[in-house]
Design a protein around this ligand. Sequence first.
Ligand SMILES: [Zn+2]
Ligand SMILES: [Zn+2]
Length: 444
Amino acid sequence: MEYHKLIVCHECDQLFRKPSSVRGRRASCSRCGASLPTLPGAGLPLDWICAVTLAALITFCIAQSFPVIELRANGMTSEATLFGAVRSLWSGNMRAVAAMVFCSSILFPLIELLALLYLLAPLCAGKRPPQFDAMLRLVQLVRPWGMVEVLMLGVLVTIVKMVSMAEVIPGPGLVALGVLTIMLGVVALFDPSGLWVVRDEIGTSRKGGVRWSEGSAGRRHFTRPLRACKAGSSPALTAQRAGLIGCHACGLVQTRSECQAHQRCARCQQVLHERRPESLTRTVSLLLAAALAYIPANLLPIMHASTLGRAEDDTILGGVAYFWSSGDWPLAVVVFVASVLVPMLKLVALTLLTATVRQGSGWAARERAGLYRIVERIGRWSMLDVFVVALTVTLVHFGSFALITAGPAALAFGAVVILTMLASHQFDPRLIWDNAGQRSRPTR
Ligand SMILES: [Zn+2]
Ligand SMILES: [Zn+2]
């Protein structure tokens, strides 16, 4: 049985009554503070998102076609396009790193834009395109792995780094990349899980076009949580306690089936999990692998530089020290935070979360849930150094005069980023609340 008037928080499992509309703004869970998905009227209108997606796709093509940076040194010129950076890594026997850069900066953002446009253009005209479910699942799958904004920061860091060595000329691709970053930021504000509700409305409505119902409130809602009984100190009613289960992909609340081992969502056919299976074991395994890769990532050289026959190896910390001593302290801070501090904080935070959940601790659940959200958001920024390496390798290839190639730490560092992101995806934040006090905060 499906419960279309209920909504479940995907981070703490609290059940809520769905408000009639949130009119352009998102609602948050009053228990854990997470944004609630699939609320009618949340976010920008569909035709706006469709227009921005189309503009972003055109800008994406421009950013790929023109050089991002041009470098002139000793009468020689070299330029870097995004695809050229991938090709340089591939030909320099850094194929795994090339694949990471290609997927995160080209393939996944392109898939997201194409799939979103495929879904939104017909939906704005009140039609449901064929293969709707598969395409929407694809958007939700690739979205966390597209990292154009990190690439943009990587380009800026590379420019500042190169200025002291040679003449740096920003290319037309850089302007396009900057505009693309802003547009993708707008697209990222749109929660694609809301399209599942639009799909249902199109299925039931005979009218062309989709209109959300207009609610009376114009400010941010905190939806009303359901409680097990009417007393003020009653425990929060979670989907698990009510014998229900919420789909993580589309948000539909439905009855939990005891007889089905792999129950699938009635709307999107995603496999439903009351709690992610083997969540702690998988998270700990990925964390251990990431911690092991973190050591060579910091100790081994990330780049080999050869200038007029003189060879030099660069580690991440060596690069930070060089920027600091040469007066580029803002750059030193950015690289240190993104490449050293963020991966370490992710490892420590996820270890703390898994340890407290394993011990059945109910300590500071709301703060731990907030910590998990921070880890989820900052994880991608560690790719910064991998992008800087890719661009530097592409730019500095002046034969015997100056040549830079990627070192083994680039691969180890990329592995740390991917493994910690996978670890945070495998961790089920609902486990934090299973042992927390059963009281929810009062509703605002
Ligand atoms: Zn919640
Ligand atoms: Zn579903």
